[in-house]
Design a protein around this ligand. Structure first.
Ligand code: LRH
Ligand code: MN
Length: 434
């Protein structure tokens, strides 16, 4: 395996901070031990935790107004895998890449799988794309895809999703994420019920093509690109569709796809309760689907979501969840103003930190206070964990896995992006998400 950053540089940079790390780790260990928690058990859980990175997040993102490329950004899946390898080599939390088709289309997927493996990477969910028209495409998605009035357009969307499953099988993926932008901009433009029925008919054909050990993850979104109604607009439409389709259909929660101030952690609890919690697209937002870095705007919400996930893991609802509790954790962000590698490393750390702190919630105290209607002590059980500085645990797990103690400092010292700017072709100006 040849990794993009030299192991010597990582070791050299870690050396300077190791003594302080061990001191901080020991101090936190003593603090947690006073509460009856062995810090090494938390470290072991953290070491096993991982979140997938989006191939489409490795390049600069943009808005409808503009996209500002950076020198040395990746222009194809091969360069994107190289950058994802840097994120995993330094941060040790992102061993899988979620792909998007046709953006990541190549001629040899078995070869791509080997290429990724040589970089220490595997593949997570594949994402279909029936929200853009491709050159030479027979039928436009301007009037929808799976819910389109035109049967040939619907069939084209079904065929594309089945093609994504076939590609995913060669990559070793086990999930197909289906997000459709289908919807309307005017009242009366389409019938809500008949649109959903057409969507369900197409989704059922895709479902029928799933291998036995695969899942289909339905991603709801309140608006954009449609601005009056969206066919799968919320968790309610999503869970009903997933129940209609069958046990391999689950719901994917993209944190940016809800109305402002929506209680997303409660949606997580509901989806788990009914055995339909399939996965996440982690990001953050202040207004709409801003796709900002996870935990950068509302870190408390991210913590509360992981609090529900730890609670769910300890209450797996086996009656509802064949295969137990295994939601797919993925990042889905658009890096419009930062180096995508830095953003995804810092986001993976923010997500892992929320997981670690959720593990440190004293659930006995929480449940006891809930049973006693002791509101303040129930809240304080969460707040005590939320205010813990778990960075020594994350850093120790990273260093022990061969990663960087300070991921950003080591990345910058590696001059990786400057090197890529010499090697890679420049990206033209443009607009849009990728
Ligand atoms: C839609 C979405 C979806 C992806 C796309 C890149 O907003 O979240 O998950 O297909 O972004
Ligand atoms: Mn998403």
């Amino acid at each position: 395996m040849t990794l993009p950053i030299s192991a010597e540089l990582i070791a050299e940079h870690n050396q300077a901070g190791l003594e302080a790390l061990h001191e901080d780790y020991a101090a936190l260990g003593r603090k947690l031990a006073r509460g009856g928690v062995a810090i090494d058990t938390v470290k072991a859980r953290v070491a096993n935790f991982s979140v997938a990175v989006p191939s489409w997040g490795a390049g600069r993102g943009g808005t409808r107004f503009a996209k500002f490329p950076i020198a040395g950004e990746p222009t194809n899946i091969h360069e994107k895998l190289e950058d994802c390898a840097v994120i995993h080599q330094l941060g040790c939390k992102t061993p899988r890449v979620s792909t998007h088709f046709p953006w990541d289309k190549v001629s040899d997927y078995a070869g791509l799988r080997e290429e990724a493996a040589a970089l220490g990477l595997g593949f997570d969910a594949v994402n279909s794309n029936t929200f853009q028209d491709q050159p030479g495409q027979a039928h436009t998605y301007a009037n929808g895809s799976l819910s389109a009035q035109d049967a040939a357009t619907r069939q084209q969307a079904v065929d594309h999703n089945i093609e994504c499953i076939e590609i995913g099988r060669q990559l070793g993926s086990k999930d197909l994420t289906v997000w459709v932008g289908d919807g309307t901009n005017f009242p009366g433009q389409q019938d809500f019920a008949r649109s959903l029925d057409r969507y369900l008919d197409g989704a059922a054909q895709i479902y029928a093509a799933l291998p036995d050990d695969w899942r289909m993850l339905l991603e709801h979104k309140m608006f954009e690109p449609a601005f009056y109604s969206t066919v799968i607009s919320d968790w309610g439409s999503s869970i009903l569709a997933a129940q209609e389709l069958g046990p391999k259909a689950k719901c994917l929660v993209d944190l940016g796809h809800h109305a402002p101030n929506t209680n997303i952690e409660q949606i997580v609890a509901r989806l788990h309760r009914f055995g339909k919690l399939g996965g996440f697209h982690f990001n953050d937002s202040k207004y709409g689907d801003d796709d900002l870095d996870s935990g950068s705007i509302n870190p408390h919400q991210l913590f509360l979501i992981f609090n529900e996930l730890v609670e769910a893991e300890q209450n797996p609802r086996a009656d509802q969840n064949e295969g137990g509790f295994n939601p797919s954790y993925m990042i889905d962000q658009s890096h419009n103003v930062t180096d995508p590698i830095e953003s995804m490393m810092s986001s993976a750390e923010a997500i892992t930190s929320c997981f670690a702190r959720a593990l440190l919630v004293d659930r006995e105290a929480l449940h006891g206070a809930q049973a006693a209607n002791d509101t303040m002590m129930a809240f304080q059980a969460l707040r005590r964990a939320y205010t813990l500085d778990v960075s020594p645990i994350l850093a120790m797990a990273r260093v022990e896995a061969g990663g960087a103690l300070d991921v950003l400092a080591t990345y910058r010292a590696s001059q990786y992006r400057a090197r890529k700017a010499q090697e890679r072709r420049a990206v033209g100006l443009g607009a849009g998400i990728v």
